[in-house]
Design a binder for this molecule. Structure first.
Ligand code: ADP
Length: 474
């Protein structure tokens, strides 16, 4: 099976979020299952610095009625033979950021038309015919319709798959910009809504198969789909949900070189050591019995901070220590800085982005709090399971699919969850976790070990994607 996988960002070459992780891990896992996968991404400035690549092809890509030069450079995904083609056009991609500095770059529609069309032109240049063309998010949502209407011989017979990583980002532009795309009025129609071009809308309506990153999110967006629920419902038969896996080479407490001490489910002493070290480093009270609650997150409304802020004193009233790592909305950053100053010894706030600190906090914490308002999949609760850190989550999207409440299912429970998006429900769930932690060490250890026993690797998810490709294949 030949798969062309197109994404705006691919780790480690360019990353702003979960899409980049998926675009690295899934193609690699598909290749291990025997698929012939080619990855295509823009030649962002960060990629030039991070990847070894050499020129492989040169061709023209029409954008806005003008032929634009495209130089395709070939490299490979790390620790694999999976080829990555970086589509180069310095006017579009030799920039400091992937999407924009402050706001989105003003020519975003042109940039991603170039990527989408360029990926199909690359197939012509390479004389390579994929069976499946896998597009991701709004940036490449034009691809299914371009395949049908450009009539390029190497891609017109392929089937298209569109994965939605977050429906909140749709690629909406003033209709006056639609000329950049170069489709006829009829072919463009699915991408138009009111006086706007909405790329995700068109992708949803025209891809052979649409999927999102968890089964529950796939169901939820039929009801609350950020304005696209009608379109999603019209494709309900073609809409699937496949959970993301985690990179178990990077997130493995038995071999994690960023930790103060490694550990396994059988010998958890190393976990206690990480807790003691983190407490010392962050000036938290050196108390091994205080339940340490971690939060690692973009500080964005989606992640549930509207519950944490009003309930913060109540949470501390449960006797917990609290550490947050994240950056984002200034009001949340300010709140946590103040809280750390007011409650020194009990609260630590690291307002930054740091992989190393993320690993150390995952290892040191007893509980991980993730009260998201919505969550397409969520990675951090899965890292927490791997690190023996008990997730306390709101039962939404991928959080519902990965975390089973201990009080609902004693045998299979791997965390604590709550339904209503209210501060009361969240505090109640944290309180239940703290009670179990304090009063029943054996039950707690069982929950920790059940999480650590789970297979969260990409292999399972890649098999499900392969099944979807087969299902949609001719
Ligand atoms: P989203 O993609 O919505 O931000 P996910 O849970 O799917 O949420 O993935 C977020 C990723 O970003 C995780 O790998 C998480 O560890 C990481 N992350 C978020 N904030 C930080 C931070 N401040 N420092 C380090 N890693 C972070």
């Amino acid at each position: 099976m030949r798969v062309l996988f197109i994404a705006a960002e691919v780790a480690p070459f360019a990353k702003t979020g979960g899409l980049a992780d998926v675009a690295l891990a899934l193609p690699r896992a598909l290749a291990s299952l025997g698929a012939d996968v080619v990855v295509v991404m823009p030649r962002h400035r960060s990629a030039v610095a991070k990847a070894e690549m050499h020129e492989a092809a040169r061709f023209l890509v029409p954008v806005g009625g003008q032929p634009r030069e495209c130089v395709a450079y070939k490299g490979a995904l790390p620790q694999s033979k999976v080829p990555v083609y970086f589509l180069g056009n310095d006017a579009y991609f030799d920039r400091p950021a992937v999407y924009g500095e402050g706001g989105e770059y003003a020519d975003a529609l042109e940039r991603f038309t170039f990527l989408s069309r360029g990926a199909l032109e690359l197939c012509e240049a390479l004389r390579w015919s994929p069976d499946i063309v896998h597009a991701n998010d709004w940036h490449t949502a034009l691809v299914p319709q371009l395949m049908k209407h450009l009539g390029l011989p190497h891609s017109k017979g392929a089937r298209s798959v569109l994965t939605i990583h977050n429906l909140a980002y749709q690629g909406a532009f003033p209709r006056a910009q639609a000329g950049a795309i170069g489709l006829s009025d009829a072919a463009l129609e699915p991408y138009l809504r009111g006086d706007q071009v909405n790329l995700l809308r068109g992708g949803i309506l025209t891809a052979d198969l649409v999927n999102t990153v968890s089964p529950t999110y796939a169901r939820e967006i039929l009801e609350r789909g950020d304005g696209l629920e009608g379109e999603l419902r019209s494709r309900a038969d073609a809409l699937h949900g496949v959970l993301n896996g985690i990179d178990t080479a990077v997130w493995n407490p038995a071999a994690d070189t960023m930790l103060w001490a490694t550990y396994t489910r059988r010998s958890l002493a190393g976990k206690a050591l990480n807790k003691a070290q983190l407490q010392e480093e962050l000036g938290l009270a050196q108390d091994p019995t205080a339940p340490l609650v971690g939060v690692i997150s973009r500080l964005a409304e989606q992640k549930g901070f509207d519950l944490i802020l009003p309930a913060f004193e109540r949470l501390l009233g449960l006797g917990i220590q609290f550490v947050v790592l994240g950056s984002g909305a200034p009001e949340y950053e300010g709140f946590f800085r103040d809280a750390a100053a007011r409650h020194s010894g009990r609260v630590a706030a690291l307002i930054t982005f740091s992989e190393e600190r993320a690993h150390r906090i995952e290892a040191a914490s007893d509980m991980f709090l993730m009260p998201s308002r919505f969550e397409p999949c969520g990675l951090n609760q899965q890292y927490s399971l791997a690190y023996g850190t008990v997730p306390v989550v709101r039962a939404t999207g991928g959080l519902r699919d990965t975390i089973t409440d201990v009080d609902q299912d004693r045998k299979r429970g791997n965390g604590f969850s709550f339904e209503a998006y209210t501060a009361e429900a969240m505090v109640d769930a944290v309180a239940r976790a703290v009670r179990t932690y304090r009063d029943d060490a054996r039950a707690w250890r069982d929950i920790v070990q059940r999480g650590m026993d789970q297979d969260l690797s990409w292999e399972n998810s890649a098999r499900l994607y392969r099944d979807l490709y087969r299902k949609v294949g001719r």
